[in-house]
Design a protein around this ligand. Sequence first.
Ligand code: 3H9
Length: 707
Amino acid sequence: MEQEVDDRNDAVGYSTDGDVAVVTIANPPVNALGYAVRSGIVAALERAAADPAVKAVVLTGAGRTFSGGADITEFGKPPREPGLSAVIRHCESLAKPVVAAIRGVALGGGLELALACHARVAAPDARLGLPEVKLGLLPGAGGTQRLPRVVGPEAAVEMIVTGTPIAAAKAATLGLVDGIVEDDLVAGATAHARALVESRQTPVPVRDREDRLAATRRDPSAFEAKAKQLTQRTRGLEAPLACVRAVRMALDTPFDEALSRERALFTELLDGFQSKAQRHLFFAEREATKVAGVGREVTPRPVARVGVVGAGTMGGGIAMTFANAGIPVTLVEMNREALERGLGVIRKNYDLSVARGSLGEQERDRRLALITGSTRYEDLAVADLVIEAVFEEMAVKKEVFGRLDRIARPGAILASNTSYLDIDAIADATGRPADVVGTHFFSPANVMKLLEIVRGRRTAPDVLATLLGLAKRIGKVPVVVGVCHGFVGNRMLAARSAENEALLLEGALPQEVDRAFTDFGFPMGPFAMGDLAGLDVGWRNRKSLGRTAVIADALCEAGRFGQKTGEGFYRYEAGSRRPEPDPWVEALIAGKARERGIERRPIAAEEIVERTLYPMINEGARILEEGIAARPSDIDVAWVDGYGFPVGKGGPMFWADHVGLATIVERLDDWHGKTGRELFAAAPLLRRLAADGGSFAALGRKAGAGA
Ligand code: 3H9
């Protein structure tokens, strides 16, 4: 191949292989379509068009990937021409066929660009998708109009509303790629391009293809049903609805008009708060993996086999998480019966996925085969990482870690799944505290994305590096936190919940509090959540700490443990999980209030938010002051990925900036004055930021610079 790298533009390479020009996007790490790439592609296409020796073009990406889409860091800055739409127009209208050669990912604008090519071929492990919705956006460079023309409106609306990329094989089935190339991708694409030239048939540009739309235009009912199903639970997010509106335009609006309306919708979303919040989270999740003292020079330890101690709900879920990622697990329980029970639950969970169609039988069997049960601690000697998930009590944890210290191989990482306890004290039970760390998974562990990695005083940097890498392998979002009671998530949850009982006694009903939360965008309110988790758990915990909760204790004393007993803060019809308000509970609350001489009054949603979410943000400020979290955005990630904080609000600290820190301090002061409760005493950091007109975002930028 003749190499003629264009020295005027480093971001796009140009070379020729006989009569085919190869245009290569080279903008590491993900070949985002920033200004240099866009102008480079236009220049390369013009060059190919002008060269009579060139008959066709292959468009590909250097490195591991085709393109991760538009450069998100350019959003919000003044646009620079050529915009992506102009590049796409150029590509689609080129008189010579252009073939996209896709390896790695073609996402967002990357796939939109590929859709403007006359054909697409992909490597077997390529993934293609339009994930803009996850950034609170819709595809804004023709994706909502071209994808339906290639794969049909039903498949397109699914890909665009869920944002989930599809594998190359599925793309081939849908007609999104025209071929899969096993070996040399560019050579395969070049051959494909030559075949197009030799066939002498100019391929129809996607914009002019109407065949896949015809059936849905005649009868849109299947499309509408799919759209309805996809947007049933959008929890106040605007982007999924805008996506549907845009795809629908492919059916009833002329192409060019639809493009400009798509663009208008894109701009509207881009300027809105929700997309800002979701883009903040995108960068926050990546920022969270950058940890002070754990630079690139720190080499992670290899992890080929994992041990899990405890086959209860958490231990079982953790074992599944690793098996799902293809990592073998040894799962240890104290006795055969408990082990069999734990393994039985795992099997049942996988069977359920098979029944639902989300997992193949072969894959289920492969995953199950990766989990080896045992009742002997000695079997953990082969593990590179052992995660303890036993009863939440310090004496028990210390006993387990003492045993692990004797058994585990040198260099093995010893991790505790504790949700509250002191990792440093647990580490003291071993002769290797540098190898000890917290790995706090969230229930159900095989589903929830968050992994709180608790850094003990003596935890070695390479232990943290290992877990950060491992988190990515098992599909978790890691946040590194320091040692304190409850770490970041549960400590803030305690602050959020502290007023729950007072709100009930003063006049709110469980359903009113829960409604305030779901209206805010949480999937569930605290009382429905308590019923789901089981009220007896908190009751036992309170008893052991010598604490009380008037209403919750009374419910438990009456045998109402929540969903599992059919009654808790709500009633549940047999076999149903739907909480029904219960007059019995209302009477109980009224009675308890009377006993205490409290005159109940109506409580507005606004007050509920102020008395639950503002103390939680205040606790977040304390967590930052103490250095338990490195940056505000780490707290946002923990709350969105672990506790259902609405993504469209960007996490508690991001949302606090939006509300205004001065407003929050003013309301905390007011409640502090009224109640005298310490919970409402504004943290010094919060007060200082509010007084200086500062924000958590600005604080985070400083923290980022220092990390
Ligand atoms: C769009 O296309 C809009 C169009 O419809 C219309 C336009 C008019 N831009 O995730 P990683 C950075 S919207 C800028 O750790 P991986 C990322 O921040 C876009 N930067 O790697 C990180 O930086 P750092 C639609 C980006 O291998 C580094 O690259 N596209 C972009 O695990 C590595 O990222 C998407 O939503 C970007 N587009 O995963 C795709 N993407 O090292 C978003 C990444 O400084 N991206 N960066 O922390 C992804 O899903 C993943 O990054 C990807 C790679 C799968 C590509």
